[in-house]
Design a protein around this ligand. Structure first.
Ligand code: NAD
Length: 420
């Protein structure tokens, strides 16, 4: 594929040399990546993206496919590592992986044929990478994963197999993680648990700001509002909105899918437009700040102006360890790590795969209602982990949630314990 004329050629993979990213995870002795590939157009050598299989100690590397204009190898590597920690902490039989395709021509998103061609070309490559299990992520959805599954079905001569990814449409036997709002369900469960662990924090009447009003951000807002929270700020790629008295959530949910997204919001509130102005919202005073868009929402640039009581990390890698130490020790802000609280989606993917692999499990899951079973598993897993991390933090007051969570994930990496 060439972004100038938007034509698609055959893609190929190039294994990047080991050691290229050496030291990136130097705090972690087991941190060396398993494999890091470049995706290349085999006709003109244009680099279309990356696949990283970070770790396979617990099983194949499970993690989403991201389509974005400015995704790079560093981002894919960081996200793949976050998936290793996420899958391990949730006691899933998976390692960590991630892929990212660089889509720098906006015309691509308006052309469904082209999109299908790209995903099919990518599926050809993925068939060779049998220790990576793709799933939906920003820019992709359950239909893309179904295209990959169908491509692999044709190669295997059967529709019944566990290749080709997870997070497919429900009518094809999949678990649609966005339609079922599974990640939001997990984020919600983590705050319900926090209510019992943190003195004088109650969701009722709390003020919440959501950066990234998409498949994670919007249903999280709705669930928190049902418990009495006020959504005082919301943003998407078009616009950031702020009203300390609370935004109209019904209208936000309606306009988010229109062209121009949240800029269609009709009420008179403070609004900022344009990519350079959106991050203003991250600094709005609130009880809970939910970054649910791209990495590095909170960095050294804005850390001193962050004005919340806690950060609920809906997005993957929205901040970093030094930032979170500063938040805790200088500003008394609790930051709840991505790989613990946003694991709802990947737990859904793991349930789908187990249902494909094990007929008895599939039957008993369906009997309880697959959605209810999955939601309960997500709530139980995340609550248990948040409680365990809090209890360990009580033993060591200087540490942060992320470091304790990291220890937990690394301990479980060495075990075969599975919670499915
Ligand atoms: P999405 O594409 O549905 O929504 C992303 C939203 O962020 C969109 O509304 C977009 O307009 C907005 N956005 C993009 N850049 C922005 C910016 N600079 N400022 C404000 N808003 C911006 O994606 P999603 O599935 O909701 O995923 C959001 C984040 O959550 C990603 O980091 C993703 O990796 C992470 N995540 C998603 C899931 C899942 O189940 N979908 C699971 C775990 C983690």
């Amino acid at each position: 594929m060439n972004s100038n004329n938007l034509s698609i050629h055959r893609l190929s993979v190039k294994l990047l040399p080991k050691g290229k990213n050496k030291g990136r995870f130097s705090h972690d002795p087991e941190g060396e990546q398993k494999a890091n590939y470049q995706i290349i157009d085999s006709v003109n050598n244009k680099v279309w993206g990356y696949v990283t299989i970070d770790n396979t100690q617990r099983g194949p590397g499970l993690g989403g496919i991201r389509l974005a204009s400015n995704i790079n190898n560093n981002e894919v590597n960081r996200l793949a590592r976050a998936m290793t920690l996420k899958n391990s902490a949730a006691c899933l039989p998976y390692g960590g992986g991630k892929s990212g395709l660089i889509i720098d021509d906006p015309a691509f998103y308006d052309d469904s044929n082209l999109r299908k061609q790209l995903i099919e070309a990518f599926a050809e490559i993925l068939f060779e990478l049998d220790d990576y299990v793709p799933a939906p992520d920003m820019g992709t959805d359950e239909n893309d994963i179904q295209i990959i599954h169908d491509n692999h079905s044709a190669k295997l001569g059967t529709q019944i197999h566990d290749r080709g990814g997870s997070g497919r449409p429900v009518e094809h036997g999949g678990i649609p993680i966005d339609d079922w709002e599974l990640t939001a369900h997990g984020l919600f469960a983590s705050l319900i648990t926090i209510e019992n662990l943190v003195d004088d924090f109650k969701l009722n009447n709390s003020k919440v700001v959501i950066q990234g009003f998409g498949n994670v951000g919007c249903p999280t807002a709705v669930k928190l509002a049902e418990k009495g929270a006020w959504i005082v700020g919301a943003s998407d790629i078009n616009c950031a909105l702020w009203d300390p008295k609370g935004l109209d959530l019904d209208e936000l949910c309606k306009v988010r899918k229109l062209a121009g997204g949240l800029s269609n919001y009709s009420k008179k509130v403070e609004k900022k437009f344009g990519p350079k102005n959106l991050d203003w919202l991250l600094e709005a005073p609130c009880d809970v700040l939910v970054p649910a868009a791209r990495p590095d929402a909170i960095t050294a640039k804005n850390i001193d102006r962050i004005d919340c009581r806690m950060v609920l990390q809906g997005a993957n890698t929205p901040s970093s360890k030094p930032v979170e130490y500063y938040l805790k020790h200088r500003k008394n802000i609790l930051s709840l790590s991505d790989f613990i609280v946003n694991s709802g989606g990947v737990i859904g993917c793991a349930v789908e795969r187990k249902m494909t692999q094990d007929k008895t499990y599939a039957a008993s899951t369906k009997e309880k209602s697959t959605r209810t079973y999955t939601e309960n598993l997500i709530s139980n897993t995340i609550s248990k982990n948040v409680e365990e991390i809090f209890s360990r933090m009580n033993d060591s007051k200087d540490t942060i949630f992320r470091d304790v969570a990291m220890d937990l994930a690394m301990e479980r990496l060495k075990t075969k314990e599975v919670w499915l």
